[in-house]
Design a protein around this ligand. Structure first.
Ligand code: HEC
Ligand code: HEC
Ligand code: HEC
Ligand code: HEC
Length: 111
């Protein structure tokens, strides 16, 4: 019991406090009614590490590409390589323009 409380306390430090200050992707998903399990699987003691396939259970890449096409050129939602969602849309940290490591694309991440 004591151990569980400790675990919960550290989880709050990591995610609760930082989150309310910064509002990361995972918080925005939770605010829309998603649970941690929808990205990490049911066993939060051994959370699955989400990848693109996790995101694509709910999101449709072609639809996103179409919606963002006028704003993004080239469009990372149709990238020829390195297009994994979680490289840019980090969920517990600020999002980042991963392509900029190698290219000079000027994508503005919203958050
Ligand atoms: C269980 C369903 C589900 C999963 C899994 C999921 N999302 Fe979402 N996501 C949503 C819903 C619902 C919304 C709100 C409606 C919308 O904008 O499509 C949303 C919104 C978003 C948004 C736009 C709004 C914002 O606040 O940022 C981004 C970007 C996003 N998701 C990225 C991701 C990424 C990256 C992953 C994988 C790590 C992911 N999502 C996994 C359901 C999901
Ligand atoms: C190279 C970085 C990058 C990658 C990789 C990437 N995105 Fe995005 N995504 C962006 C940017 C930049 C925007 C536009 C932000 C804005 O102006 O709203 C965006 C917008 C979105 C949106 C909001 C679209 C809307 O309704 O306006 C969703 C949802 C989303 N991405 C999901 C995904 C998913 C799912 C994947 C993986 C299949 C993915 N993204 C891969 C950079 C990326
Ligand atoms: C929209 C999907 C999404 C939701 C919802 C989400 N996470 Fe995550 N989580 C991720 C992604 C993606 C990573 C990988 C690192 C990153 O992107 O920040 C991650 C990483 C983690 C990690 C580090 C271990 C690992 O698997 O890499 C922990 C612990 C974690 N999340 C806990 C939580 C908790 C607790 C909740 C519920 C409050 C939650 N997450 C909700 C997507 C999500
Ligand atoms: C590790 C470095 C690296 C990363 C990260 C990277 N690229 Fe590239 N990219 C390259 C190299 C090198 C080439 C040229 C060789 C080739 O065509 O494969 C290239 C070529 C391209 C091309 C075709 C050439 C052109 O200019 O018409 C596109 C489009 C592209 N990348 C988009 C992206 C997008 C979008 C992302 C982010 C999702 C991304 N790249 C991430 C290294 C990278």
């Amino acid at each position: 019991m004591k151990r569980l409380a400790l675990l919960l306390a550290s989880a709050c430090l990591l995610f609760g406090t930082a989150a309310s200050a910064a509002d990361f992707g995972a918080d925005r998903h939770v605010a829309r009614g998603l649970e941690c399990a929808s990205c990490h699987g049911p066993d939060m003691k051994n959370p699955e590490t989400p990848d693109e396939n996790t995101c694509l259970k709910c999101h449709n890449r072609d639809q996103i590409a179409e919606k963002t096409n006028s704003r993004l050129n080239p469009n990372p939602h149709k990238a020829p390589h390195n297009g994994d969602c979680t490289l840019c849309h980090l969920q517990h940290e600020p999002e980042e323009n991963y392509c900029a490591q190698c290219h000079k694309f000027d994508f503005k991440m919203k958050h």
